[in-house]
Design a protein around this ligand. Sequence first.
Ligand SMILES: [Zn+2]
Length: 360
Amino acid sequence: MMDKVHDDILDENKKIFDIVKKHYKEYFIYAIKRKWLEIPDELPYKEIGFGYLKKVDNRNISFDSEKEYLRWVLENAPFHLYKSLSYMEYPEAVGGAHQKKILKREMAFDIDVHRVKKCTHKDDNWICKYCLEEAKHQAFILIDEFLIPDFGLSKNDLKIVFSGNRGYHIYIKPQDEDIKNIIEHWDRYQRRYFIEYIMGKNLNLNYVGSGWRRRILNNIKNKQIRNQLSKTRNWRQIIDKKNENDKNKILSAIENTKNRLELDEKVMEDDIRLLRVVGSLHGYTGFRVKEIKYNSLEYFNPLNHAVFSKFNKEYYSIKINQKIDSLRIDDKLYTSRSKEIPVSVLLFLFGHNVDFEILD
Ligand SMILES: [Zn+2]
């Protein structure tokens, strides 16, 4: 009897997996036709990785030609698809940077936010407009408060990509070839220094540079303190003379300013790091990994705009066998009691391991 029940569950899982895969394939056919799918530049030097149920089941793959790569994507319709940030002499070699021989590396930040206080869901892995807003807010902080003012980059030097979940990938692609060449040849220690600057890790209160001074002063309300601090680089001297109350005000403003970004440091540092291919789908949500122009970012709402529109048009009859947080996609609300769901919701439930059945 138990074996029979077990087999039925396996059959149901297989049935759902096949349906999900069919829709990923349907998406890739369309995405390749519309040229949404990124062809990593200098493709033969890039490592490709992919996964279905786990993020990366396989890596160390490479393709000599665009045609071969696209044919492979169509054939396999991966739920998670990655390319290396590094250009490598031997991308298919198994092992680390030493075996693969790193030639140069793209620069990218990975913003990946957690649940925020206002979130409407209990499940940490779920998604709602509030955590998505926070992710976007952090993208703006990184771009407007760091990359543009402190590094002299312009918005045309950046490529902004919605990660498909609760985050953004911000690539630095300077239009000036010489600058691009310099930063793409930074080694992991230089990249580490760069991200530590942005996270405020090497902030020295005896010598506060102009970028950090500007950012922290924006967070200090007391005008008198702000005035004093704006006149010198040596903040330690001023802080030491303050009473406890003022001292705490300043120190907490510093901490709050430093802790606004949730950046995955490995994505900047690690030589063999993989990042999602632009134009693929995120296997946990079914959302598009989508490039967004700086000027459209403000209006971008992933719950509407990162969903492949065809996925909102075909419906399945289902029964959900567990309690789930509610989910709003394309301005419609879905709950444990929903009986008709579009493909977009089906992919999300599947990606979040929700126990449900598809009724015939
Ligand atoms: Zn949320």
